[in-house]
Design a protein around this ligand. Structure first.
Ligand SMILES: [Zn+2]
Ligand SMILES: [Zn+2]
Length: 161
């Protein structure tokens, strides 16, 4: 789980940060309420990868430095073929106790002391996914006449140019 209790997070004034090395697919499977909400299920269901980084705190401020490497099948909006998207996204941020944080911030934790990185990692990956996925920038798409994939073969329709 991507949840850490504040009492178990090393205080950087005294010691070294905690090193994170996690399987992204296991975290997704273990936190369906975070990653597999209905509107995002398609993006995460077959995602694989890793989460690496460090975690530490100064007092109640938690410092997170994370890199997510992922690969996931996406569907090209032009030719409708599935392709494997590989990406890597990294960010460092601070999580605050909610008494010190604004209400709409993902990077906060409550009085129970559990720091949940899940929703923040989810946003990190979601914002790294392309809004219009393309298998290739030069994807030729489908023929508007016969529906043939123009990347893989020539259809017999007359060229428009
Ligand atoms: Zn394509
Ligand atoms: Zn055609």
């Amino acid at each position: 789980m991507l949840k850490y209790h504040i009492d178990k997070i090393p205080d950087l004034r005294l010691t070294e940060p905690m090193v994170l090395g996690l399987s992204l697919s296991e975290e997704i499977a273990g936190a369906p309420g975070v990653f597999l909400e209905r509107e995002t299920e398609a993006e995460f269901r077959e995602m694989r990868g890793s989460i690496t980084g460090t975690l530490g705190r100064e007092g109640t401020d938690v410092m997170v430095d994370v890199t997510v490497s992922y690969e996931t099948p996406l569907t090209c909006v032009r030719c409708l073929e599935s392709f494997l998207r590989k990406g890597e996204v990294g960010e460092r941020t601070l999580f605050f106790h909610e008494k010190n944080a604004t209400a709409d911030l993902l990077e906060r934790y409550g009085p129970d002391g559990w720091v949940d990185l899940g929703p923040w990692v989810r946003e990190l990956v979601l914002t790294d996914l392309p809004f219009y996925p393309l298998c290739d920038e030069n994807c030729k798409g489908l023929c508007p006449e016969c529906g043939e994939n123009r990347n893989t073969g020539r259809c017999s329709c007359s060229p428009e140019e």
